[in-house]
Design a protein around this ligand. Sequence first.
Ligand SMILES: Nc1ncnc2c1ncn2[C@@H]1O[C@H](COP(=O)(O)OP(=O)(O)OP(=O)(O)O)[C@@H](O)[C@H]1O
Length: 291
Amino acid sequence: MRILVIYNPTAGRRRLGRLRQFVRCLEAAGAAVTVAATAHAGHGRILSRAAWQAGTVTHIVAAGGDGTISEVADGLSGSDLTMGVLPLGTANVLAHELGIPFAPADNARALLSGASRTIWPGQLQTGTQTCLFMQMASAGFDAQVVHHVSLRGKRLLGRTAYAVQAIREAGRYDFPPLHVTIDGEACRTFGVVVSKGRFYGGRHVLAPEATPLRRGFSVTLLDAPGTGQMARAGLGLLRDRPDQVPGMRRVRASHIRLIAPACAPVQHDGDASGHLPLVISDAPFPLRIAV
Ligand SMILES: Nc1ncnc2c1ncn2[C@@H]1O[C@H](COP(=O)(O)OP(=O)(O)OP(=O)(O)O)[C@@H](O)[C@H]1O
C-alpha cells in the first residue's frame, strides 16, 4: 500500500501525537506512507487531486476534521481511490456517522483491512464555485455562528466554542426569512439545514432517517424566527429529540435552492462557505471511504 496522509495542522487540538502513532502503525504493517501538511484553506483539495492524477498512491487519508475531509474528497471526486479518515478535528461528525475509529491504531487497522463503504456526498454550488460536502450544509443562525467562531476559540474550547459563539450571536442575529425551493416547491423559512447524515455538531441527532449511503438529503426547516425558537431547537438537539421541537420539520429532497437574502451566511461541514444564493444537489460521483 502506498498511502498519502493529508494532515491539517490547524484542525482540532494538539493532534500531532495521534498522527505520528497512526503513521507508525501503517509503516509497521509494511505500508509506504507520506505525510503532507496543508498550508492553507483549500490545499487539501489540491494535494489529493495531484496525488490521484500522478497515480503514485493507492490510498489517500484525510487527517483532520470535517472541513479537511470535504476538501480531500473534493479533490478525489471521480476517482476510484479509497479515502481514509483519521478524525483529528473539533466535531468530527462524519467519523461518528460512519463509525470510523478515533484511536490511531484501530484506525490504521481498519484502513489496512480494506473494509470500505460507498457514500454519496452533497454538492454545493455558489456562483461559479462548486464543492462537495459530506455531512451537512446550512444557512441561517447556525451558519452565522460558524462564520464568526474563531480558530483560537476552537483550539481553546473545542466544540464549546460554538456554544459560546451561539450565545454571542443570539443578541445580534436578526433572523431574516430565507427563500428556498425544495424539489421545485418554494417556501419561506428561518433556518435550513441540508443533511447527508443523522448527526449534527458531533453526535447529536438532527435527521434520524438521513444516511450518506444513499442519494438525496434530509432538509430541516425552522418555521419560526427568534432566539427562543433557536434555544428550543438546540435543546431538542442536545436531547436527540428533533421531532419534539415545535416549529421544526424535515422533508426528504434531492435538489435544494437557497435563493435569498443575498447577505445570509452559508456553512458546510462546519466551515464558512460564503453567502446565498446557492444550489445543493447530489455529487456527480460516489466516494469510497475506509471504515
Ligand atoms: N494550514 C492551514 N491554515 C489555515 N486553515 C487551514 C489550513 N489547512 C486547512 N485549513 C482549513 O481549516 C479548516 C478547518 O479544518 P477542519 O474542519 O479539518 O478542522 P476543525 O474545524 O477543527 O474540525 P471539525 O470540522 O470536525 O469541527 C478546513 O476547512 C481547511 O480549509
